[in-house]
Design a protein around this ligand. Structure first.
Ligand code: ADP
Length: 426
């Protein structure tokens, strides 16, 4: 098996976003959840994306997990390593973008890497090293108030310099506009001057294409999903990719169709309401879950009945902010969340055992809980349902049936996401 790109992502939904973009640009892609070990359970992937939880943990742990993922990807023969982080450069002065990049460079024995967080289609651009979200500088975009990694400085050269002892350079737009050869030359000049990390300006897709051509031979690149859109074209030009007509083609699961929703985002609430106009649903109440097992049993019985009738079924904890506040006031925020995540995880594992073959999960944390309840470590990435959310496939379940799984983080997806997902699957 020839893996071309081995990616290490610092969170789960970021990993899926990158994987989705790689598939859309012609690569067959697999996502692995958590630090991988043992032999891979897939054979024909052009790209493998390892999803870590290393964005906000202590730098030492992020480095250890990233190096373990690197070693595994090297065993698969990955030609290029991609360290994927958020397009808003989410990190603190302690890391983890600088420390992880340094550790990967050391291990790869590579002299330099680039930092390309920009994702122009989503309004993330970089100019003179300053990151913009839409028409606002990063530190005026709302990200200055992020609970875990507040971004109070938009100058990425300065931000990164606080995270590494090595020198940080800039590849400005003026150089990019002269083309890939000039950009490569500029990177070489910076390298000779000792710049180990290079923040790259990016205003649009053309800049991404220029950068991809300039960095395709670097052992390590770093950045957001935008660079992930541009690199596959370069791999294809070099003949590294097999011609696959439909890289996102999966063998869709059959059997019951189930939606589990633990997200309370505005987008998800709209999707729940839309689904209930067409199909039945069961509202999970965290207060009742806290009483005894009867409420969860009722949810299970409801789902089983509807699945027997062969209609799609929804079980949701999604509720408006006032209801959520009430539950949190009584139970505590953490316990309310845990009760719901445990309940949805339980429903997933019982109902998949009993024949559900198509499962949609809404909510980032909720997805994590469901995937771990199902014991899933590897997902094959299929075609996207809505921007950023692909169908995925678990190679085989215990019974040898494929399971189709769509994991949607809160704000993603159009209003009809829950119904349309099943329509586009075949
Ligand atoms: P999102 O991607 O929208 O942020 P998450 O699943 O990551 O969704 O987070 C939503 C959190 O809210 C989860 O921990 C979930 O268990 C919790 N939650 C869901 N519904 C309720 C509710 N009715 N009351 C309290 N907490 C809830």
């Amino acid at each position: 098996m020839a893996v071309v790109l081995g990616a290490i992502a610092d969170d789960f939904t970021g990993a899926t976003d990158l994987a989705n973009n790689l598939v859309r640009n012609g690569m067959r892609c697999v996502q692995v959840i958590g630090v991988p070990d043992g032999d891979p359970v897939f054979t024909d992937a052009d790209a493998v994306v390892v999803a870590l939880k290393s964005r906000s943990c202590p730098a030492g742990r992020a480095i250890d997990d990233s190096l373990a993922a690197l070693a595994w990807l090297q065993r698969l023969g990955a030609r290029q390593i991609f360290f994927k982080y958020c397009s808003t450069f989410d990190s603190t002065d302690q890391g983890n973008i600088g420390p992880v990049s340094d550790a990967l460079l050391d291990r790869l024995n590579a002299p330099q890497t680039v930092m390309v967080p920009a994702f122009p289609v989503n309004g993330r651009t970089v100019y003179q090293g300053h990151l913009f979200v839409g028409d606002r500088l990063l530190n005026e975009s709302g990200m200055q108030d992020h609970p875990l990694n507040p971004m109070r400085d938009a100058d990425l050269v300065r931000v990164l310099a606080r995270q590494t002892d090595h020198s940080v350079g800039l590849a400005p737009r003026a150089v990019l506009s002269e083309g890939p050869a000039a950009t490569r030359q500029h990177l070489a000049t910076l390298r000779a001057q000792g710049a180990r990390h290079v923040i790259c300006d990016t205003l649009d897709e053309a800049d991404l294409a220029t950068l991809a051509e300039a960095v395709v031979d670097m052992p390590l690149v770093t950045g957001g999903s935008g660079l992930g859109q541009a690199l596959p074209g370069q791999y294809r030009l070099r003949g590294w990719l097999a011609d696959v007509a439909e890289p996102g083609r999966l063998s869709p699961g059959s059997g019951g169709a189930l939606v589990l929703s633990g997200s309370c985002s505005r987008a998800t609430l709209g999707q729940v309401a839309h689904f209930l106009e067409h199909w039945p649903g069961f509202a999970l109440d965290p207060m009742k879950l806290a009483e005894d097992g009867a409420h969860l049993d009722a949810a299970l019985a409801f789902a089983r009945d509807r699945l027997r009738e062969q209609v799609p079924v929804l079980v949701y904890a999604s509720a408006d902010p006032e209801q959520v506040r009430q539950a949190q006031a009584v139970l505590g925020t953490e316990r309310a969340g845990q009760l719901i995540e445990a309940a949805l995880g339980h429903l997933a594992s019982v109902l998949v055992q009993e024949g559900v073959g198509r499962l949609v999960v809404a909510g980032g944390e909720t997805s994590g809980a469901v995937v771990s309840a199902l014991g899933i470590r590897t997902l094959r990435i299929g075609n996207q349902i809505d921007p950023g959310v692909p169908w995925t496939q678990v190679p085989v379940t215990d019974q040898g049936r494929p399971l189709s799984l769509a994991l949607k983080s809160g704000n993603f997806g159009g209003p009809d996401f829950f119904t349309r997902a099943f329509e586009v699957l075949p």
